[in-house]
Design a binder for this molecule. Structure first.
Ligand code: C2E
Ligand code: MG
Ligand code: MG
Length: 649
């Protein structure tokens, strides 16, 4: 009886659609995607060959021309069909990040044996004809050794399936089912065909399971960065996790473009992306010329991670070559005046670093922890340093500090030039960790903001300052108000005015005793809530300072429009006053601020000379080590008693 080919016919357009959509969705990066595309291509060829064979030889005696083509398609069918089995087996190892097993030559040879046996049988078949034959009298006929074909294919199925079962513990269950479906559906179809041999459903069954895999497993939104088209940060973390579970030794090259944000703004998104892709391609091709299997991932705004299966190569030797090629591309950038600055860190797993969190954090922070004049560093050199351990354990440190109230508010006095005394102070947070000692707010505040822990910390500061002001009757010590730093998240909190009101009632500390410091960056992020908060609090009598003027993109016009009483000039402007231009910048800044009727606090004044210069320029307030470092509450009170209350001389 003739076989019914309808199902095979369906498989052809299905494979074509899958291939098209795979390319259309940009699924061409990374080993797994490439293997998957090859599977689609070989499956398509196998299916077309199968159909052609059936059509050519279904009527006996088979005409001569049909016989020649029939033979050709029979060989093509078996070659590509069994090839697909091998490719799928490899795909499983790639998608589960266990590819490293093939690095051992012996494993590789072992893996290829069944396919080699199959090839020998296939290519000797024209001589012996024991596997199958295509003849004029009988058309297509199976031979006694056909079972060996199936046996060899089954080896890959058995090992592939066992490996999937082994990997079940770290694969998403939906993805796992999709991957297993390839075997279940195909074998189900084979069994079905065995009993109903007029229906050819095997190829369409594998097409359906590949469709399932493309939809469920190979999701570009999960693995590809939609802007750059490279494998994403999320895919990187995913791979890292799998590496940890399988204890696969790897080496990761983390490349950080230090000024990525600026260069991107300068060049525009499109050109920036083009450069990143060029550099990524170069890095990959470099790795492959060194015979290294590498997978590359990109994280915004400018991190590249190259995970290399080889553990023992000397990554430092790659750096100069990498540098030259990055340099080459940045040469092109030079025409535009831009230059990408970068640093490279090599991370060896598991003997260099062995924890997911450490690897993740070192990729982000290594450049801050290495010498400025150095481009390359081995992660093992920094991961034991206290600075890195603090960054790495920040979550734990902050949680512990919030829970055990390990924070303390210090006060740095601010001197009023007109009143000849200390008229205010800035509240500055200190953290003394039981394990890591004193940690600077410059380190932990940004981290707390990033981790969403800044609100409880900010609340603690607000409470502590109000309490301090009420307990010490600060006005009797000559103090008019205390400045409190507000972070963006606090400014955006709807309850902020209510919180301030309840603190005012609880401690009987009026709005005139508190000044709130905001930063320009926080004002950049404004939403309505921030505007409303500032408005409500201003109406209630709270005053605001703009912190850190002179860092970033300070804009006098914007400053003039904000409800600010005070502008605080950043220390960097003071540090620059030893040059003629630096002094002139300070002078002009002071004049402009006076023109728009702002009071001025100059931060970071350390010397008498600078103090005198600033006084002569007409500044109002001076804050800096020249007078005092930030002090614990008790010492601060003593300081005020000594300097504000006792008559001079
Ligand atoms: P900031 O608000 O600009 O605070 C001024 C910083 O300059 C303080 O650093 C202070 O100790 C330092 N400083 C003052 N005078 C001098 C000087 O003469 N020489 C030098 N070298 N430094 C001087 P600190 O206390 O380390 O705080 C760093 C930053 O952390 C603060 O910068 C502020 O942005 C943030 N911060 C501190 N406490 C809080 C807080 O309670 N809440 C929030 N949101 N941020 C805080
Ligand atoms: Mg401040
Ligand atoms: Mg400041």
């Amino acid at each position: 009886m003739d076989s019914i080919l309808y199902f095979d016919y369906i498989a052809v357009p299905l494979y074509m659609v899958l291939l098209f959509s795979s390319f259309a969705r940009g699924m061409t990066k990374g080993r797994s995607s490439r293997l998957f595309n090859w599977i689609l291509i070989t499956s398509l060829i196998a299916t077309v060959s199968d159909i052609a064979l059936e059509l050519l030889v279904r009527n006996t005696p088979v005409p001569r021309v049909n016989l020649i083509f029939g033979n050709f398609f029979a060989y093509s069918y078996f070659l590509f069909h069994n090839g697909t089995g091998l490719l799928y087996f490899m795909f499983i190892y790639s998608i589960t990040n266990t590819w490293y097993v093939f690095r051992k030559r012996i494993n590789f040879i072992f893996t290829s044996i069944p396919f080699d046996v199959f090839l020998v049988l296939l290519f000797t078949n024209p001589i012996f004809g024991k596997c199958f034959s295509v003849t004029a009298q009988n058309g297509y006929l199976r031979g006694p050794l056909m079972s060996v074909f199936y046996a060899m294919a089954s080896v890959y199925v058995i090992f592939g399936l066992s490996h999937l079962i082994y990997c079940k513990r770290f694969l998403d269950i939906k993805k796992w089912f999709a991957l297993v479906s390839m075997y279940v559906l195909t074998y189900g179809a084979v069994v079905f065909q065995f009993f109903n041999d007029i229906f050819l459903v095997e190829l369409v069954a594998s097409a359906i399971s590949l469709l399932l895999i493309e939809l469920v497993v190979l999701r570009p939104d999960e693995v590809l960065d939609s802007v750059v088209g490279l494998q994403s940060w999320k895919a990187y973390l995913d791979t890292l996790q799998k590496i940890m579970i399988t204890k696969q030794p790897v080496q990761i090259l983390a490349i950080k473009f230090l000024n990525a944000r600026e260069v991107r703004t300068y060049l525009g998104e499109e050109r920036y992306v083009k450069y990143i892709r060029l550099i990524a391609d170069k890095a990959l091709s470099l790795a492959s010329t060194e015979h290294l299997h590498g997978e590359l991932y990109f994280e915004h705004p400018g991190y590249i991670y190259l995970i290399i299966d080889e553990h023992d190569f000397d990554s430092e030797s790659l750096v100069p070559i990498l540098a030259t090629s990055v340099e080459k591309y940045t040469d092109d950038l030079k025409g535009t005046g831009a230059k990408l600055e970068y640093k490279v860190c090599s991370i060896k797993y598991p003997d260099g670093l062995d924890s997911y969190r450490e690897i993740k954090h070192i990729g982000h922070h290594f450049s801050e922890l290495m010498p400025h004049d150095q481009i390359f560093i081995d992660a093992a050199e920094i991961n034991k340093t206290k600075e890195f351990q603090i960054i790495n354990n920040m979550n734990e440190i902050l949680t512990r500090a919030i829970r055990d109230e390990k924070f303390e508010v210090y006060y740095q006095p601010i001197y009023s030039i007109w009143d000849h005394k200390f008229i205010s102070a800035e509240a500055l947070l200190r953290l003394d960790d039981e394990k890591y000692g004193q940690i600077s707010p410059a380190e932990f505040i940004p981290e707390a903001e990033r981790r969403g822990l800044i609100l409880p910390i900010g609340d603690f500061v607000l409470d502590a300052v109000h309490k301090f002001a009420s307990e010490n009757e600060i006005e009797k010590l000559g103090l008019s108000y205390i400045e409190i730093n507000l972070s963006v998240a606090q400014c955006l909190e709807r309850q902020l005015p209510d919180k301030m009101a309840s603190l005012r009632d609880k401690y009987q500390v009026g709005p005139d005793k508190v000044n709130l410091e905001i930063t320009e960056t926080s004002y950049d992020n404004i939403g309505n809530v921030m505007d409303e908060n500032l408005k409500i609090l201003s109406e209630q009598g709270y005053s605001f300072s703009l912190d850190d003027y002179g860092v970033g993109y300070s804009n006098i016009q914007r400053v003039s429009k904000l409800p600010l009483k005070i502008v605080k000039i950043d220390k960097s402007l003071v540090d620059n006053m030893n040059t003629v231009s630096g002094k002139s910048i300070m002078n002009n800044t002071v004049r402009m601020m006076k023109d728009i009727k702002k009071e001025l606090v100059i931060e970071g004044v350390e010397t008498k000379e600078d103090f005198e210069t600033l006084r002569s320029m007409g500044c109002d307030f001076i804050q800096g080590f020249y007078f005092s470092k930030p002090l614990p509450a008790k010492d601060f009170i003593d300081f005020l008693k000594k300097n504000n209350l006792e008559p001079e001389g």
